[in-house]
Design a protein around this ligand. Structure first.
Ligand code: ADP
Ligand code: MG
Length: 235
């Protein structure tokens, strides 16, 4: 079951939200997608097309109305709340637009705090946290609090924190929306690097098409429908 190379399989996933007036909004319409470890899947599409909804379903935060979600070989539909929470802790790293760091904690403490939630002891967690901060280029900022860091540095802490639990799946939603061009480019490059180094299956939502070439596969969403690239003919 574990350590399959396919970290995420969505099959015929439909998601409808109640619209508050006895009707529903179909945010995902029969979406199928799989994501392989060590690769970046770029997810593009206009605002309101369902990108964040797809990530929420993949993150096991919202159950689909129909269809199946498999994370690292486990069928999410067969799990109760506890099972889903464990799956999230053990297999899924989440990086959203706003880093949501705790204002009173230093960079290294942000990472150790999530390890504590997993029941890890401080010593090894602090060691791994320091190592991860080094990898994301913040070796010198381990003792800084969020207000002492730039937006790009905060997003790096966020990425390091998402990797603390050794996930197989990394879900990233518009990570550079609040950053200038140069910082955006270096965050995207970092995501590419950690995808390979940690062998995570990364799903990267971006509406900045400039960064799509760094993805291994690009899928596009429109009105809840996912379009896959046409297969390349090999002669
Ligand atoms: P994107 O991330 O591509 O901008 P979303 O997944 O956020 O798209 O939204 C897809 C559709 O679902 C939109 O029509 C949006 O208004 C609707 N939607 C998103 N979240 C909710 C919600 N919690 N309740 C009702 N409708 C929602
Ligand atoms: Mg969104």
């Amino acid at each position: 079951m574990n350590n399959t190379t396919t970290a995420l399989v969505l099959k015929d996933v439909t998601l409808e939200y109640p619209d508050g007036q006895n009707n529903t909004v179909r945010a995902l319409d029969n979406v199928s997608l799989s994501a392989v470890r060590g690769t970046v899947t770029g997810l593009a599409g206009p605002s309101g097309s369902g990108k964040s909804s797809l990530l929420a379903v993949a993150a096991t935060l919202i159950p689909p109305t129909s269809g199946t979600v498999e994370v690292n070989g486990s069928d999410v539909g067969g799990l109760d709340d506890t099972g889903r929470a464990r799956l999230r802790r053990e297999e899924i790293g989440i990086v959203f637009q706003q880093p949501n760091l705790l204002p009173s904690l230093t960079a290294v403490e942000q990472l150790v705090a999530v390890a504590h939630l997993r029941g890890e002891s401080t010593g090894p967690a602090a060691e791994r946290a320091a190592e991860l901060l080094g990898i994301v280029g913040l070796g010198g900022q381990a003792s800084q609090r969020p207000h002492q860091l730039s937006g790009g540095q905060r997003q790096r802490v966020n990425i390091a924190r998402a990797l603390m639990g050794n996930p197989s799946l990394l879900l990233v939603d518009e990570p550079t929306a609040a950053l200038d061009h140069e910082r955006s480019a270096s965050i995207m490059k970092l995501l590419r690097e950690v995808t390979e180094e940690f062998k995570v299956a990364t799903i990267l939502v971006t509406h900045d098409v400039e960064f799509l070439p760094l993805a291994d596969v690009v899928v596009r969403m429109r009105d809840g429908v996912l379009t896959h690239p046409a297969p390349v003919d090999t002669p």
